[in-house]
Structure formats: structure tokens, C-alpha cells
Ligand binder design. Sequence first.
Ligand SMILES: Cc1cc2nc3c(=O)[nH]c(=O)nc-3n(C[C@H](O)[C@H](O)[C@H](O)COP(=O)(O)OP(=O)(O)OC[C@H]3O[C@@H](n4cnc5c(N)ncnc54)[C@H](O)[C@@H]3O)c2cc1C
Length: 803
Amino acid sequence: MKSHVRVAVIGGGVVGCSVLYHLTKLGWKDVVLLERAELTAGSTWHAAGGMHTLNGDPNVAKLQKYTIELYKEIEAISGQSCGLHMPGGLMLAGTKDRMDWLKMAVARGDYLGMDAQLISVEEAAKLLPLIDKSQFVGAMWDPLDGYVDPSGVTNAYAKSATLAGAEIYRHTRVEDLTQNPDGSWNVVTTGGTIVAEHVINAGGLWAREVGRMVGLELPILAMEHQYLITEDMPSLVGMPELPHTIDFEGEIYLRQERQSVLLGTYEHNGTPWSAKTTPWDFPAELLPPNLDRIAGNLEVGFKHFPALENVGIRRIINGPFTFAPDGNPLVGPVRGLKNFWVACGVMAGFSQGGGVGLALANWLINGDPGFDIWAMDVARYGDWATRPYTNAKVRENYGRRFRVSFPNEELPAGRPLRTSPLYDRQKQAGAVFGAAWGLEYPLWYAPRGTEAVEQVSFRRSNAHAPIGTECAAVRHAVGMIETSGYAKYAVFGPQAEAFLSRMLTNRMPEPGRIVLAPMLNPNGKLIGDFTVARVSSDRFHVFGTGGAEDYHLRWWQAHLPDGGVSLRSLRSGLVGLSIAGPKSRDLLARISGEDVSNAAFPFMHYRRMDLGMIPARVGRLTFTGDLGYEIWVTPDYHVALYELLVNHGADFGLAHVGTRAMNALRLEKSWGTWAREYRPIYGPYEAALGRFVSLKKPDFIGRDAALRERDAGPTLKLITLAVDAAEADALGDEPVRLDGKAVGWVTSGGYAHHVGRSVAMAYVPAGLATPDAAFSVDILGERRAARVVDAPLFDPNGLRMRG
Ligand SMILES: Cc1cc2nc3c(=O)[nH]c(=O)nc-3n(C[C@H](O)[C@H](O)[C@H](O)COP(=O)(O)OP(=O)(O)OC[C@H]3O[C@@H](n4cnc5c(N)ncnc54)[C@H](O)[C@@H]3O)c2cc1C
């Protein structure tokens, strides 16, 4: 065994072997893999091996496509067969909602270069004669779909990696990890200790235990999963192979296995496995089958596939595999743990393992995953994602694996967890809540006398009219919006300005002032978008996206100088309410007793104020495009502030406003948001943020690349489209077409109530983004005419917010 290596990968499942292979593929040869038993001895060996490109997140879908296309490559290098079967995939829809969902999936696939298409039930029945046609309304066909041999794939990765120089130590369990002062790790194994510059936790079923070796509680839970294999079916002899099929309403997947059918299901009340600790001596054995648990699903299955009802069952497989709360993998470097990486929680190893390996190897070697992998980034969870929270969410997610997810749907498990001090009052006011980063926040308010419940739909819901009323309150009077969910950071010390100036693209403000400042990676791509307020010469408050707190802290902490700067997340220690609308100034004047005229308290200023008896910091800006203020207090004053605003606000027409209305208001201003318009695949000039990039500053991360982008001109351009929509609006990820061809994609959309237009923001090739250009946007399978709007639909010159 080697004594020193560059990378030690822990875990020889399909994911660890893929990571190992990709490290060697990208040129790092001094890498080893440690496996406690034989390769595949975790979840991998008993997987059904199914794979497909379909994923709710198009960026993950792209990586799934990469994975499937990789199998030929590793077969060729290793000479090891992956047992690749590509009979194509059939997704069966039993309801209109599911058909809507499939229409959206096909449209998304079109701009990702996928070949999926909608087909009729008749056509589906020709491909899969087992079905009862009366149970279905349509289907999707995807030729890039099939299954592999799990052991073949894992060994093909492993052999390809070892041929390139990697070493694999089987029957070598990692028992402990301790860190050296230089950041390298002592990897203590049953076969001796290796010093590794980097450690990658690909421990699959034991990833939690490996995490605990370094004090990390990863949000992962294993669930028992069952599939069965039927006796041989004579009707399959001599027939073309059955497609790999998902029956969404039956919540069943099936495929052909030689002359029989393999059928698996995700039951509603799934059973967690080893909820707290995975035993190290768990052998590569199956769990006892429990047909009763899936009897309900099987009954539906026999109705949908009558040909199966009278076929005997040859074998039942029950095995555990791991999930993160949202079902996507956990990938990347872990904040606060130098040189410690994870590649775990991969529930679809044969669709995603290749993409995970590539992204992680890119990240390690080049400092960037090379793709937009936000949906898989381990930093999307913080310490609020505790083991019990994870347990609740994973069980919910498992039971909903094949359910239709509606864009306006908020799932109940694990909630409420974090609440602001205003939660009960907002509830009384009719709030319908969403949750982000574990925190409850009002989405919209149900009018008095109506139930505070949203009907889930792909179309405009019962929330549409109340949101319109909230928008009107902001544009005509004053709205009050909770802002506690923003990430808030205090950055202070003699080097605070220099540090922020290096991290962010804009010049830092003078004391008492605010600037907007994007953040770039060295490739000049957007990795953040912040509001920076300067409290005093050496103290800043920085506001950003709540859900990206760990993502941003990870980046900043990795770049902190040795001294001179302190960086602290204020998370729940600072809470807020913003007031916005033409009457907001009068309200602020009333509760502060101060001169808050435009001259005395101009736009983009930040100051300490006493509001009633409450000490607060107030910034003159909001995300509504209207005159307005963001008010920040410590949580002990939050209720008092709320009461103060509500009591005095009544005279000015104050209304409770949720984030859905704020979204509608920012759309009519053509303002983007993090994770939609601003992501690490766009440059600042593409995203129309060039005015916040100060190239006069000699040094900030990404400056050279930003300069190149500016000089060469952006490749893409963010545009706003006015869409000729009917009862459904664009939401995000719909293709934008020119003469029928997908040329771009929507990043977000919705109904802009004040201007009365359906709006979509989208990226298209810069050359096509001409004023008034005509495109179409796919909404629920229909191509809707859409025209570029040259200036924000509301207050294009920004007079309202500045006035
Ligand atoms: C019944 C069933 C059906 C499935 N069907 C499909 C399917 O159709 N399609 C699909 O894509 N996925 C399927 N899966 C899921 C798939 O199996 C997983 O996505 C995949 O196996 C995860 O691989 P992994 O490498 O992350 O984890 P694992 O396979 O669990 O591998 C982790 C490895 O790490 C080793 N290890 C852990 N800790 C240590 C340590 N301290 N020291 C040394 N070694 C260690 C373990 O021994 C193990 O070999 C199925 C799973 C099951 C159970």
C-alpha cells in the first residue's frame, strides 16, 4: 500500500469508481481507492441498473445524458462489458396533469439536445404490449434510455482507472481520518495509514459514518427498496425487447430481464434502513422481502399491466440505498473542512454516477465543477438539515418518487422547522408558507374568509388574484414583506474592504451607502449577487440569497486572508421587514419622526434609525422596483417592529405581501435572481450586470475573464419577453424558439400583475436579442408568441425607486 497519495477515494461502489476513473482521465494518476469489502459491496451490487436522462433539473439531466453516453467509452478502455441494453424508455401518463408534465419534459429535452417525443397510447401499446390501454392517456418515448449491469459498470470504471495508474485496495476499511496542519489527511485503514492530500467520501451506505469521522453529519438516509423478477413469460420470446418503462400513476418501473419482467415500485410509506447508523459488518446480502408493503402498488401494476397478473414471481430483491432530502446527490467540497470532498447520496448511480465523477474531478483539479451543479452541491444544505429532518424529508421524497410535482407545490414533511418571530402573526393574517433553507416564509396571503391553501397546478392557481392584490398595494400604497430569509453577513476588520473588493466585482461603498455587487469565479462566471452596505469604515453588512449561505461562506472562507478580516453569518440573528410603495416614505417618517425626504435619505443609503422605540438599520432599496426600505432588527424587536408597521401602516393602506408578489414585481423590472438568471454558467455581461463590474479596480477574482467577456461581447444575452400566455405562465426551463427551433431557454417567468403582462426572462444567443425580436415559448406543449421588451415594463427609468 502506498504511504502518500494525492487523492484517497473512500468507497468502491459505482460512484467511487467513477470518481477514480475521472481523476485519472483528467490527468491525476497518484490516486487510490479504498474499499472495505469487494467493489460493489454497498448498494451497487443489487441495483436494477436502470438509467434515463429525465430529471426535474435540466442541468442534472445533462449530466445524466453524459453518464449514459460514457458507458461505451469505459467498455472500450477496459474491455469490460457494462451489459448495456438500450431498448429505449417509455414514460406512461395516466392523467392530464402527468401529460402536462411530460409535455414540459419533452420541451426541456429539446433545448438540451435530447430526442424525447410524445406518443399516443396506441403507439405506446405497440412498444409495450403488456399494457391496458384504457389506463393511460399518452406517453413519452426517449431513445436514450435502458439499463446496465451494475457490477460490469463498476468494474469497467475501476479497470479503466487502474489501467491509467490508479490503485485500488480491496478489503481495506477506513477506520479514522485525522487532519495534519498542512491540510492533508491521515487515512487510517485496516491495512495501514495513508497520507492523502485530498479525501473523497464516496461511502454510499456508510457515507454518514465516514462523515462522522470528521465531525460531519451528512443529510442522508437509506431506504429499503424492492423489485421483483417474474417467471419467464413465453409471450416475450422472439419479440423485440420491452422498453424500460415508468408508469407514473402506478408508481412502477419495469423492464425486460431475459424472458421475464423486472418490476420495481416506490411505496408511499417507505421504510428507512439503519436510520441512525449503518453497521460496518453489514454484508452484501439482501434484506428480507416484504411483499405486503408493496401489495397496493402491485395491485395497480396488475391493473395497468394485466399480462403480469398470472405470472409467478421468481425472485424478490429488497436492498437499501441512500437519498438526500431532495433526492439529488451531495457533491463537492465541504465548507470548513479543507481538502475533504463528498460524492454521496447518489440514488440513481447508473444515471448520475458518471456526471458526479466528472464534476467532482473537474472541481478538484480545475477548481470548478465545469457545469452548473447547484442542484447537486452539498452546500445546498446547512446545519438545519439534521438527521430527523432528513429522515422526514427522505421518506416524503421516496413516497413521491413518481408523483407529479407541481411548480407551486410546497411539501409538508419536516415543517415548520425554522420560523421567524412573526410566524404566528403572519399565519393569522392568512399567510400561505413556503420554506427555504429550513425557514418558513409567506408566499402569499389568502384574503380574509378564504382558506389559506393553494390549489396545486401547472396553471394559474387560486393564489393568482390575491397576489395581484398584493402587487397593487405595493404599486399604489405600501406593502410589507418579510426579508428574514435573506442571507446576512457581517464583514469587519481593517482588511474588510480589501477582502470584499477582491471577492466582489463592484467598488465598495462609502460609509452609509449601499452598492450591488456580483461575485465571479476565476472563469468570470457568476457565483453570487449581493447587496453590500457599509456601516462604518471597517464594517460591512452583506446581503445575499438565503439558500446559498453555505455555498458563499465556503467560497469566502477558502479565500480569507490570514488576518485582518472577520466574517460572520448573521442568519437568524438579524431579521427584517421591508416596506415598499409610494406611501412607504410617509410611513417611515411617521414611525421614525425623522426627515426621510429624498434629500435627507437618498436611494441606496443605509443608516441607523430608531423606529418607535426600536433600534434598526434601514437601507433605502427594495426588490420591488418601487420607493421602499429594508429594515433590519435583532429578533427580539421583530414583533415590535411588525406591530408598529401594522398599526401605523393602516393609515397608509399597508398590506401584507408575500414573496410571490415580490417575484411578480421584480419581473416587471426585468431584475434577475440568484439561481435562476444568475448562475455559474453565465458571465456578468450576458446577465446584464455589467454596470456592477468595475473594471477600473485593479484586482478582483474573475476580472481578466470579465474583461475578455466585455471586449469580445457576450455570447448569450438575458432578455425579457412579453409572452402571449393564457391561463398558464412560463416558469423556467422552457425552450425559447425562433422559427420553431429551440435557440434559448427561460430562466424564470410569471404574471406581472401591475403591468398586466405575462413575462419571461430568458437567455438567447446575443445576436438574436434584438429589440422587439419575436420568439415563441413552449408553455404546456403550446408554442406561445413572445416578444422582446427593450426596457423594463414598469418604470423603465427607475424614477419610482429613486424619487
Ligand atoms: C434494490 C435497488 C435497486 C436499485 N435500482 C437502481 C436502478 O435501477 N438505477 C440506478 O441508477 N440506481 C439504482 N439503485 C441505486 C444504486 O444502487 C445507487 O445509486 C448506487 O449503488 C450508489 O452507489 P455508491 O457508490 O454511492 O454507494 P455504494 O454502492 O453503497 O458504495 C459505497 C462503497 O463504499 C464502501 N465503503 C463505505 N465506507 C467505507 C470505509 N470506511 N472504508 C472503505 N470502504 C467503505 C462500501 O463497502 C461500498 O462498497 C438501486 C438500489 C437498490 C438497493
